[in-house]
Ligand binder design. Structure first.
Ligand code: ZN
Length: 191
């Protein structure tokens, strides 16, 4: 496995519509392995092939939810439901973060690395990550559609508020061990 170079905003390849994968061969498997490795090394939660300069409809996602790595090839989003607003960052847009509105729930149809079709129902942060990567396959970045950019002060304030919330909850219910996970949602994840 190799680490691939991640393109940054301003690179025209990030603005192109990626092509469908037709061959589920060793080259695709190598691309998927390299993308997973690159995402992990850069501590991202998702990566799309155009971000490493390959204009194919391929994305990897790992949101640290215990489900491991998800590979999506030729994904199609169906049945979007509801709305959520949350923070997003992107490995191709370093040092920035924004608030983006995404569907709360969706179903995605995609193929696995062997060409077998599957459906995945996603909500919350996973739905957000899928939308973010899907946009990359169509040449779109979150900064194009964000509700607003978050400043350094916004991010610091949100981190402090999240900590305070956890502290308050921990004091009212110190048996609730899930609080730490909730705090993570207030952080910006790079995709
Ligand atoms: Zn991204």
């Amino acid at each position: 496995m190799a680490i691939r170079k991640v393109l940054e905003i301003g690179d025209p390849k990030l603005r192109e519509v990626a092509k469908e994968v037709k061959k589920f061969d060793i080259r695709l498997h190598k691309l998927l392995d390299d993308m997973a490795h690159t995402m992990q090394q850069k501590e991202g939660v998702g990566l799309a092939a155009p971000q490493v300069g390959i204009l194919r409809r391929v994305a990897v996602i790992d949101i640290n939810d215990g489900e491991g790595l998800r590979e999506l090839i030729n994904p199609v989003i169906m049945n979007e439901e509801g709305e959520q607003q949350g923070q997003e960052g992107c490995l191709s847009v370093p040092g920035r973060a924004g608030l983006v509105t995404r569907p709360q729930k969706l179903t995605v149809k995609a193929k696995d690395r062997h060409g077998k079709e599957f459906k995945l129902e996603a909500e919350g942060f996973l739905a957000r990550a899928i939308c973010h990567e899907y946009d990359h396959l169509n040449g779109r970045l979150y900064v194009d559609i964000m509700d607003r950019e978050l400043t350094q002060e916004d991010l610091e304030r949100m981190a402090t508020e999240a900590k305070r919330r956890v502290y308050r909850r921990a004091n009212t219910n110190n048996k609730n061990v899930d609080e730490g996970d909730n705090a993570v949602e207030d952080e910006t994840h790079n995709e």
